[in-house]
Design a protein around this ligand. Sequence first.
Ligand code: FAD
Ligand code: NAI
Length: 509
Amino acid sequence: AGFFRWTWRLSKLAAIGGVGYVGYGIWEMRNPDDQPPPDPSKKTLVILGTGWGAVSLLKKLDTENYNVVVVSPRNYFLFTPLLPSCTVGTIEHRSIMEPIRNFLRHKKASVKFYEAEANKIDYEKKIVYISDDSDIKGDVSSTEVPFDMLVVGVGAENATFGIPGVREHGLFLKEVGDAQRIRNRIMDCCETSTFKDQDPDEIKRLLHMVVVGGGPTGVEFAGELQDFFNSDLKKWIPDITDSFKVTLVEALPNVLPMFSKQLIDYTEKTFKEETITIRTKTMVKRVTEKFIEAESVGPDGKKVLEKIPYGLLVWATGNALRPVVKDLINQLPAQADSRRGLAVNEYLVVKGTENVWAVGDCAVANYAPTAQVAAQEGAWLARMFNQMAKTSEIQEKLGELSIAQEKAPGKEARDKVFDEIKDLQKSLRRVKQISPFEYTHNGSLAYIGSDKAVADIPWFVGNFATGGTLTYFFWRSAYVSMCFSTRNRILVCVDWVKSKVFGRDVSRV
Ligand code: FAD
Ligand code: NAI
C-alpha cells in the first residue's frame, strides 16, 4: 500500500510539475522580454522573405550582432507541407501560419520588419527598392533599404510555361489565399451542379476536378480532394455521388518522378482504388474557361489533341523565377547561364557578388527546391553569420591588443599582452573554420489519400521505401513535430480530431 501511495504522490507531483512547465512556457511566450533596439552602427543585414529559408536563418541568427531588417509581403511563416490539407478543410489555414511579429519579438535584439515586396535589388548601389502592395497604403508606400549584407529568400512563383489561359482560369496551390480559393471553388462547383434544371453534361463538367502536374503538390491535393468526397461531400450532397470525378494530368510517363519506382506503382495503384483517374503522357497545351486542351499519343502512335471539360482546375506544374530574382540575374554577368534561379557557390554566396547570399527555391545549389533544403540552408547561413560576427569581434580585439602591446611598459607587460594575442589568434583560427554547406537528405514523404502515405528514407547506404497506413501515421507525426511552434502543433492536432469527429465543413464563404 505504501508503494502505491508513494507512486500516486510522485505522479501527482510530476503532473503538477508538467502543467507548471507548460504554463510557464505559455506565459513566457505571451510576455516576451524587452529587446534592445537595432544598432545602426552595426552592419545592416537585410533578409528578403519569411518562408522556410529566411525563417530558419532568423531562428538561429544572433540578431544582436547585426542591424537586421526583414522585408516580405507576408507577415507570417507558412508551413507548406500541410497546405494541401487546407484546401478541403482537414486543417484550418491559421493552424499552419505563425505570425512573424510574435517570432521576431522573442529574438534577443529587435529586428525591423517591413511588410513589403522587394521590387528591385540594385547590387552596385547596395540598395533594395521596396513597396507596400497591401490594400491600405500610407503616404509613403515605396522606399529604399540600403544593405551591407543581403540574403535573398524570396522563393519561387508558379510555373505556367506561358500556356495560354492558365493564369486566367486555373488555381494554384502555393499560398494560404490559393488554398482558400480552391476550397471555395470546390463547394461552388458542387452547389452549382445541383442548381435546378442543370443539364447532365454541365453537371459532369462542374463536378470534374482536374489537377495538372503529377509532382507531390498535385498528388497530395488529388488525394485530399478524393478523401473529402468520400468522407464528407457525398454524405451531405448525395446528388453529386455519380458525377464527382478527380483527374490528375501529367506530361511524363509517371507521377511523383522523384520517388522510387515501387512507390510510384503503389501511388498509381492506390489512386486507381480511390477512383482517381491518372492521365500520364498527357501535356496540357491550352486552358479555356470550361475545358483544357491536352495532347497525348493515341494507340496508333499519332498525337491526339483532346478537350477535357472541368469545373475546378488546379495547376501544379512546379516553380518559376520571381521577377526580382530575374532582374538580379540580369545585372550579374556571372549569372548569364542561370535559368532556374540564382547560382550560388558552396557558401551560398550568389555567384558574381560579394555579401549577397541566396537560400531556398530562388537559389540553385544542385538540390531539389524543397522545404528541407531551404531550412538547412537558412540554418547553415545563421551559423556562418554568427561565426563571422565572432571573427570580427576577435579581430577588433586583436587590433586593440597589438596597440596595447606596443605601448606596454616593460617586458613583463608586453609578454602578458603577447600571451593574450596568442590565445585570441587560436580562437580566431577555430572560429574561422567554416566548412561549406552540405545538404543532408532526411527522406521524402507524401500523402496520397485514404489514410495512406509514401516515404523514401535514406537507410544506411541504401534507401528504405515504404507506403501505406503505417507510413501515414509516420507522415503525421513527422509533420506535427516539424511544425513551427507548439501552438501550431496543438492547433493541427485539434483540427485533425475535429475533422475526424465532426467531418469537414462544407460551407462556402
Ligand atoms: P517560401 O517558403 O516560398 O518563402 C518565400 C518568402 O518570400 C515568402 O515569405 C514570400 O512572401 C516572400 N516573398 C515573395 N516575393 C518577395 C519579394 N519580392 N520580396 C520579399 N519577399 C518576397 N517541401 C518539402 O520539403 N516537403 C513538403 O512536404 C513540401 N510540401 C509542399 C506543399 C506545397 C503545397 C508546396 C507549394 C510546397 C511544398 N514544399 C515541400 C516545397 C517547399 O514549400 C518550398 O521548397 C519552400 O517553401 C521553399 O522555401 P523558400 O524559403 O525558398 O520559399
Ligand atoms: P514538380 O516540379 O515536382 O512537378 C510538376 C509536374 O508537372 C512535373 O511532373 C511535370 O512533368 C508536370 N507538368 C509540367 N507541365 C505540364 C503540362 N503542361 N501538362 C501536364 N503536366 C505538366 O512541382 P510541384 O509538385 O509543385 O513541387 C514543387 C517542389 O516542391 C518540388 O521540388 C517538390 O519536391 C516540392 N514539394 C514537395 C512535397 C513533398 O515532399 N511532400 C510536396 C509538394 C511540393
